[in-house]
Design a protein around this ligand. Structure first.
Ligand code: E4P
Length: 221
């Protein structure tokens, strides 16, 4: 499964990209609004840093406005993916934008039927929002299960991009189901690295090494 960062923070992206962990980045208007600087410059900087798709979202809600924004965004870098909401005008824009050869990530997907329509309209990525469904008492991961099954049944090309991830368990579940991509806030990726037994195990190794060095001065690092 590919791992994306769901952030517009270049510091976090650089830090985790140096470990070879970042296959791509997703942003949205809320995430970009938290960062200093101008929208297009932020997207260009992320696109230069990451060797993979970077989703940038339109804010128009009508077909023509979305298509015009999509054209503008696609000129920022070759790895830009245009993010479009799964509303009727958004599906129409997805058809237009994807037929221009610009990849589209259809976002704000909360049901498998919405995802199916997005794939039909030409989306390259379908983004179900898991955490927000969990928040209202539904099992978000069920939408991922359904989309992965539908994709397999019909050989759909669109990739299932699991968003609104709240904890490492969501990433693990998405991987077991066979989702193509999980996008997560940077702190979730950091949490995936951590285990208390790794820390205590390393401490014990280093303590034992120090003790041995004192007892047997011939040991060197
Ligand atoms: C995905 O593309 C979205 O940007 C994101 O995952 C939304 O997550 P949230 O529910 O934490 O805002």
């Amino acid at each position: 499964m590919k791992l994306y960062l769901d952030t517009a923070n270049i510091g976090w992206i650089r830090k985790l990209n140096q470990m070879g962990l970042v296959d791509g980045v997703t942003t949205n208007p809320t995430l970009v609004s938290k960062e200093p600087g101008e929208f297009e410059e932020i997207i260009k900087t992320i696109c230069r840093e990451v060797n993979g798709p970077v989703s940038a979202e339109v804010v128009s809600t009508d077909h023509d406005g979305m298509v015009s924004e999509a054209k503008q965004l696609s000129r920022l870098a070759t790895n830009v993916v245009v993010k479009i909401p799964v509303i009727p005008e958004g599906l129409k824009a997805t058809k237009t934008v994807s037929s221009l050869g610009v990849p589209v990530n259809v976002t704000l997907v909360f049901s498998a039927n919405q995802g199916l329509l997005a794939a039909k309209a030409g989306a390259s990525y379908i983004s179900p929002f898991i955490g927000r469904l969990d928040d209202i008492g539904q099992r978000g991961m069920e939408v991922v299960e359904d989309l992965v099954a539908i994709k397999k049944n019909y050989g759909l090309k669109a990739q299932v991009l699991v968003g609104s991830i709240r904890h490492p368990q969501h990433v693990l579940e998405a991987a077991k189901i066979g989702a193509d991509i999980s996008t997560m806030p940077p702190d979730i990726m950091e949490k995936m690295m951590q285990h208390p037994l790794t820390d205590s195990g390393l401490k014990r190794f280093l303590d034992d090494w120090e003790k041995a060095k004192r007892a047997k001065p011939s040991i060197t690092v």
